[in-house]
Design a binder for this molecule. Structure first.
Ligand code: ADP
Ligand code: MG
Length: 732
């Protein structure tokens, strides 16, 4: 017998070697295997007769291999053609570049073919291009199958709705293999399996039991609606998804409670403090800024640590609000740490903080990893002695073991670039728990924010400062680059500045390059066919704008060069700044009103939105030109059209989420979002809300139907599963 904790290597059909492969897929126990759900299903209940197929439909056909061969088109592309038959009807299947299939099929084999039925090229009969396929016999044991006998024998392959699994790297671990292994595991699984979801909850929400859910998610019962399966909304799916989200939410709720329970600092908001906070304002705050500051100030007065997320689109004016919060802390005799994701951004915050705070007598310092050691030592010493009020820096702040004399407030800018753990590391340096203010410019739909930042309260800056004119955005092919450069020159002559952004420095994508120091020469287009910043800088500076002052900024410059370039751009000593995405986040130069993004088709939506957020910061009209170079996929087309259509960060984020899925959107690891196995926080938003509500009731003990024993089981389950997997929950 197997139980959920049985190591995978004891499952029939899995030896030590296969177990190793499976572990790479994070499948190391029977439970992990059962959570490896099919990603889609095929209706092979009544496999279609070839004669019934209609062009345009998706269909599964089970038929016999008649013959196969490789052809070449006139241009020399190899095409693999397979003819499969049922009695006298035949169906053709083709695979472009399909030479690798040459020896895959043998006449007489039974195959399942799945794909879109189309009219044959040659005008008669039907064919499927590039079908998904499965050879149903010839598994090496010499067995021969035919359609009638597999149906009778209760086959896992035909005559039912069949689960399709993602194959493991090794081709032997295909869908068919998983089907057998999972089936065997389910057959040998103990009748009772542990279930942490309280029975009262299952009853109330109509959740089926866990064992049945596993069984039916893998092998749907007769009569299961196919559409429900495809959308992962069968009772089996609902049960497994709810369960996963429920434990996630309980974990987050516990974490939230634990944070609340810690002793924090109660900052006083005397008239003197209020005056000081107002005095630093260089402009009238927007109503949204006032409201948000009030929310923050109220938190800071509380004796429990503040944990607040400040969401605000690019340019909404988060920085000044953060600096006002800093003043509250400093006036109360505490120090403030301000962390930014890049040196450029830290440096910029440093200059704007000094401008706003120094006149009032607050001492502000910058600390970055690339500063020379003696300077760093001195900053650290003064920080430890409490001589400095506001310390601004990058990760170096954390990594270089800064000791604060009495840290009262931690401000984290652009949260989505940080892991959650980094947020905590810094906080541990303080004796008492400091308050935390996290700022993000990635607008996140509310439910998702609640889960991602489930341990944070949320404030939203939903109003842009006055005097902004909307940005005009255009999409244009780089065949018309010369017109774009003329436009840039005209704007510069009118006293404005421009950014020109490239996806790469030279060869490989920019991000990799930040780390690699390859010094290969680059042509006008790099090996990847992309125009690159280094070369285009030359081009722009020597040939296109010989009369203008052109600067260059990218991640490989050392930080002094970067700072110097930014300073000159800010001071108006550079007209056109050629750059990679290092300027994506936070850079603030109001006189820069033109942004040209080359190879805009290569950038993600949120990235384009962030980039565009660099302009439209002053009173003058701003222009964003999205230049495409080369092939633009349908999806890229959608992205660019959305950019042209709207400037609303929420709308853009929603589409981005839809196009990329939550994992990519949030950068799972970065956002600290635990990898979910069956749930998808986008698709399953409704269940997420339900799970959150129930989790809160359980933790707050406000549900009379849930017993102490139930709660204990939930905690035990969390401790065993979630803590091991994610280190997310430390259940006390
Ligand atoms: P973000 O929210 O993207 O970090 P910033 O804090 O950098 O935005 O603010 C963008 C620009 O708007 C800055 O130049 C800032 O000085 C200016 N700004 C912020 N609030 C106001 C306001 N209430 N009135 C006028 N300008 C403002
Ligand atoms: Mg900012």
């Amino acid at each position: 017998m197997l139980d959920l904790n049985t190591p995978i290597k004891f499952v029939k059909g899995v030896g030590p070697r296969i177990a190793e492969w499976l572990e790479q897929k994070s499948i190391s126990t029977v439970e992990d295997l059962l959570y490896y759900l099919p990603f889609r299903y095929e209706d092979r209940l009544n496999p279609r007769g070839i004669g019934e197929l209609r062009p345009g439909e998706m269909a599964t056909v089970v038929a016999e291999v008649r013959n196969s061969a490789v052809f070449r088109t006139r241009k020399g592309m190899p095409i693999f053609e397979l003819v499969a038959g049922q009695g006298r009807s035949t169906l053709k299947c083709i695979w472009f570049h399909g030479e690798y299939l040459r020896d895959r099929f043998k006449p007489g084999q039974l195959v399942a073919l799945y794909g879109k039925v189309e009219e044959s090229w040659k005008g008669h009969g039907l064919q499927i291009n590039q079908p998904q396929f499965e050879v149903l016999d010839g598994s090496g044991e010499g067995e021969q199958l035919d359609l009638e006998s597999v149906k009778d024998a209760g086959s896992l392959e035909v005559g039912r709705i069949v689960p399709i699994y993602e194959s493991a790297a090794n081709t032997r671990l295909n869908s068919r293999w998983f089907r057998r292994i999972v089936h065997g595991a389910l057959e040998n699984l103990t009748a009772e399996i542990p279930d942490g979801v309280p029975p009262a909850l299952c009853r109330r929400l109509g959740l089926i039991d866990r064992r049945t859910a596993f069984q039916q998610a893998h092998f749907p019962p007769e009569g299961e609606a196919f559409a429900a399966l495809q959308s992962f909304s069968t009772p089996a799916h609902r049960r497994l998804i709810f369960e996963e989200l429920f434990f996630l939410e309980v974990g987050l709720e516990l974490k939230r409670r634990r944070m609340r329970a810690r002793p924090g600092i109660s900052f006083a908001l005397t008239d003197k403090v209020r005056d000081a906070v107002k005095k630093i304002l260089p402009f009238h705050p927007t109503a949204a800024q006032k409201r948000v500051l009030k929310e923050i100030a109220e938190d800071m007065q509380q004796p429990t640590p503040m944990r607040r997320l400040l969401q605000g689109d690019v340019g909404s004016g988060k920085t000044i609000v953060a600096l006002q919060a800093a003043v509250i802390a400093i006036e109360n005799g505490y120090q403030v740490a301000f962390m930014a994701p890049t040196e450029i951004l830290a440096t910029q915050h440093y200059f704007s903080a000094r401008r706003v705070l120094e006149d009032a007598g607050y001492r502000v310092i910058l600390l970055t990893g690339s500063m020379d050691d003696s300077l760093k030592r001195s900053v650290r010493r003064h920080t430890a002695q409490g001589n400095l009020h506001l310390v601004i820096g990058t990760h170096a702040l954390i990594q270089e073991k800064v000791e604060f004399h009495n840290l009262g407030l931690v401000i984290v800018d652009e949260q989505h670039r940080f892991g959650v753990m980094q947020r905590f590391k810094l906080m541990k340096k303080a004796e008492a728990e400091p308050d935390t203010l996290v700022m993000t410019a990635t607008p996140i739909p509310r439910t998702l924010a609640l889960t991602l930042y489930g341990d944070l309260d949320t404030s939203v800056l939903d109003e842009l400062p006055p005097g902004r004119t909307p940005i005009t955005t255009r999409k244009i092919s780089d065949k018309r680059a010369s017109e774009v450069w003329d436009f840039v020159r005209k704007q510069v002559k009118a006293g404005r500045q421009a950014y020109v952004v490239y996806p790469v420095i030279e060869g490989a994508p920019a991000e990799q390059q930040e780390m690699e120091f390859s010094a290969e020469p680059a042509g006008s287009r790099s090996k990847t066919g992309l125009k690159a910043a280094l070369h285009m800088y030359d081009e722009l500076h020597k040939k296109i704008f010989p009369d203008l002052r052109v600067g260059l900024l990218h991640g490989r410059l050392d930080s002094e060069e970067k700072e110097e370039t930014m300073r000159r751009f800010k001071a108006g000593e550079i007209d056109v700044l050629v750059s990679t995405t290092v300027i994506e986040v936070g850079v603030d130069v109001p006189n820069a009103t033109v942004m040209v993004v080359e190879h805009a088709e290569r950038f993600g939506l949120s990235q384009l939105h962030q980039l565009r957020g660099r302009i439209g910061r002053g009173a003058a009209k701003s222009f964003c030109v999205l230049m495409t170079g080369g092939k633009v996929s349908d999806e890229a087309e959608r992205r660019l059209n959305e950019m042209v259509r709207t400037q609303d960060g929420f709308a853009i984020a929603e589409l981005d989420l839809e196009l990329r899925g939550p994992g990519e959107f949030f950068g799972t690891k970065q956002a600290g979002m635990p990898g979910l196995r069956v749930a998808n926080i986008l698709r399953d938003r409704k269940l997420l809300e339900l799970a959150k509500a129930e989790a809160t009731r359980l933790v707050q003990e406000s549900d009379p139907e849930i017993t102490a024993e139930d709660r204990q089981r939930v905690m035990q389950y969390l401790r065993q599963h979630w803590q091991r997997r994610y280190g997310l929950v430390e259940v006390g």
